[in-house]
Design a protein around this ligand. Sequence first.
Ligand code: NDP
Ligand code: DGY
Length: 326
Amino acid sequence: HSSAPSFLSKVVATRRLLPDSQARLERQENIDLVQWQGDNTMPRDQLLKDIKGAEALICMLSDKIDKEVLEAAGPQLKLVTTLSVGFDHVDLKTAKEKNIKIGYTPEVLTDATADLAALLTLAAARNMKQGIDAVQNGGWQDWRAAWLCGHQFTGKTLGVVGLGRIGQAVAKRLGAFGIDRLIYWGRTKKEGVDGELVSMDELLKDSDFVLVCCPLTPDTKEMFDYEAFKKMKKNAIFVNISRGGVVKQDDLARALKEKLIAGAGLDVTTPEPLPLDDPLQSLDNCVVLPHIGSATFETRETMCGMMIDNVLAVLEDKAIPYELKR
Ligand code: NDP
Ligand code: DGY
């Protein structure tokens, strides 16, 4: 790309985008696009090399955008825009010091992620993993009255940790299944919500379903440890769509093994992908999905479009439409 005319702005993308957005990005005549074409995370040494001279970076939650990357870019980098609402993979402090704007994709993925959270809650509560295993592996011998009984929602208490956009959307969905009481933990009381802000201890003690929808921050890191699982009800279902880092995963495996809680549904783990020999893999009361919360065609295409809107705005020295305000 050293041969690119000087009026072009270098933009690095760590992945190909969804079809419409990819075509739109390629149509931009003022952009010298350097894009990783592999179906894997852009290798870090490649990113460190390619980012040099870039004005904008389009990245994914699987890329670690730390000080080293931001420094490797050089002083002309104006924007890092990520295909996610979560931003725990980006060094916000260094970005601020260097006057680099951060773009992200809030709201448009709320419905898709809330749908998946509801799916995981249902799957974990109704033994879906054991059910599918039984059908496929010959364990389905006959109809049995007490076989694979799970937990009903009617009249139960839902505890949401982080009742933000996604947390509220999940509560609404599970309300339709008969949840009777909503309690939540966070830093502020949410106005206009038919739920009660409680202490973490109270939430753990009272909830039949514990749903984690908060961001991963130094405050929330590994907040779910053995002590926390011990405080939960024996029939509790634990669901995490946030980030794997909020859970001390070995403690969760131990809690599930010891039946301190009834089951878990996880869309996020540490690490990702979850190794095949991870203790969680062999537990039949733990349903794990590969971080697909926002993965609908509609949502992902919209998210990609927002990243391009951000890039085009920053290259014209305009305010970016989807900026993470800090
Ligand atoms: P929001 O900002 O709308 O909601 C987050 C909530 O967490 C807020 O209501 C906030 O409430 C609460 N919270 C509790 N503790 C903290 C803390 N220490 N710092 C900040 N907030 C805190 O975000 P979204 O609902 O849009 O997304 C939530 C998270 O879900 C994302 O950060 C991301 O990690 C994850 N996610 C996962 C997806 C997946 O594919 N699995 C898809 C999309 C998002 P209060 O301020 O009152 O504390
Ligand atoms: C996010 O947006 O933070 C998700 O994890 C992926 O959509």
